[in-house]
Design a protein around this ligand. Structure first.
Ligand code: SF4
Length: 395
């Protein structure tokens, strides 16, 4: 058995190990361990379904015989009998109608630097009013926010913020802090609160607030294309470049994530990609090279962030990503022709966290952590050679 196989086996057999930490932003009930339901993201049978004020009929589903429904929001395409709940834990079949139960009830709210999402080429130095509800349609074994993503909306303490009220609150924050320029749907998985996100985005846009989405991209193409019409920027967490990794570590299918990247790359909104490098599971350099070349074929101007893995949730047995691995992935990405490559989730990374002009190599934006220490982009161009730098630099 190779070292890689050994760690891989450990990663799966330690399924019962759960992290006890959580995000500081959560109004969480007491921490509970999440029951390990195995690798499959499957619908969940309930005794009965109770609706509440934060329920809304789903935007994408089909009614079938015998009060069954087919959800069409994400590639799982859950087939839900009456009193069943989707794998994301937020969509429920009540008497043959599909409802979302995550409409206006975020469990996390925080005002973050936009760099934390990370967006490095979208209004740098500004702040994003950030929200999440409970729920997620994937089961990533290294999830940072499992204490909300792997919960039902009934299991978290929630704020009461229907879209109209949410936008009022964001505007109040903007009045107090002019750096707040955007509303970000993040932390858990926005596909799990799709209707809330779309309706809020429409209202935010009317008030001059930008909308940004931080997602796995595990979403059906029709709802994704609609989202691309309503929001300003999407960051996709491309979890690996390997079908087995998607299936065994995330309970998803690789091809759908790829397709989402293609759809967003061909839209008119801003797009960045993150790849979390997990030791022994998705750090094969041939795959990293294929991924970089494929992203480059979509556009060499898509920023790619390699993010450092830290042991947590169900993968506490793995080591954190060695810095040498991240430096190698950075170099592979640059050699593939990508213009903007970064290493993230690491403090004080210096030059690896800066934006350089692809032509004359002038250092244009420098960052320490999430703080911008220098930004000399003039308009949307390099002040030295006048090369246009891709991004959204002004509201
Ligand atoms: S969003 Fe996905 S996981 Fe949730 S119910 Fe619909 S198909 Fe299932």
């Amino acid at each position: 058995m190779t070292r890689r196989d050994f760690f891989k086996k450990l990663g799966v057999s330690f399924a019962s190990i759960c992290a006890t930490g959580g995000t500081i932003f959560v109004l969480a009930k007491e921490k509970e361990e999440v029951e390990d339901k195995g690798l499959e993201a499957t619908p969940i049978k309930e005794k009965s379904i109770e609706l509440w004020k934060w329920a809304k009929e789903s935007y994408y589903y089909t009614k079938l015989k015998n009060e069954r429904v087919r959800c069409k929001k994400c590639p799982h395409r859950c087939l839900l009998k009456k009193n069943y709940r989707g794998a994301c834990r937020t969509n429920v079949n009540k008497d043959g109608v599909l409802y979302t139960k995550s409409y206006g009830n975020p469990c996390c709210i925080n005002v973050d630097p936009i760099e934390k999402k990370p967006f490095y080429h979208f209004l740098p130095g500004t702040k994003a009013f950030s929200i999440a509800t409970a729920g997620c349609n994937l089961r990533c074994r290294y999830c940072q926010n499992w204490d909300i993503s792997q919960k039902k909306p009934e299991e978290t303490r929630n704020y009461d913020l229907l879209p109209e009220r949410l936008i009022d609150v964001v505007c109040e924050w903007r009045d107090k802090d002019s750096l707040v320029k955007s509303l970000s749907y993040t932390y858990s998985e926005p596909t799990a609160f799709y209707e809330y996100m779309v309706d809020s985005s429409v209202l935010a846009k009317k008030k001059g607030i930008k909308n940004t989405v931080v997602t796995s991209g595990y979403i059906d193409r029709v709802p994704l294309k609609r989202l691309c019409r309503e929001v300003d920027a999407i960051k996709i967490d491309l979890k690996g470049f390997n079908e087995d990794f998607y299936r065994n570590v995330c309970s998803g299918e690789f091809d759908y994530a790829k397709e989402s990247c293609e759809i967003v790359a061909s839209s008119n909104i801003w797009f960045e990609i993150v790849n979390l490098v997990v030791p022994t599971l998705n750090d094969n350099m041939d795959e990293i090279k294929k991924m970089c070349e494929w992203i480059c074929s979509l556009s060499p101007d898509i920023p790619l962030h390699f993010s450092r893995f830290y042991p947590q949730y169900k993968l506490k047995n793995l080591p954190k990503t060695p810095m040498e691995t991240l430096y190698t992935t950075y170099q592979i990405a640059k050699n593939s022709g990508l213009n903007y490559v970064y290493i993230g989730n690491v403090e004080f990374i210096g030059e690896w966290n800066n934006t350089y002009c692809p032509d004359c190599k002038t250092s244009l934006i420098e960052r320490i952590g999430y703080t911008i220490t220098k930004n000399i982009i003039k308009g949307d161009s390099c002040p030295n050679c006048k090369k246009k730098i891709s991004g959204v630099w002004k509201v």
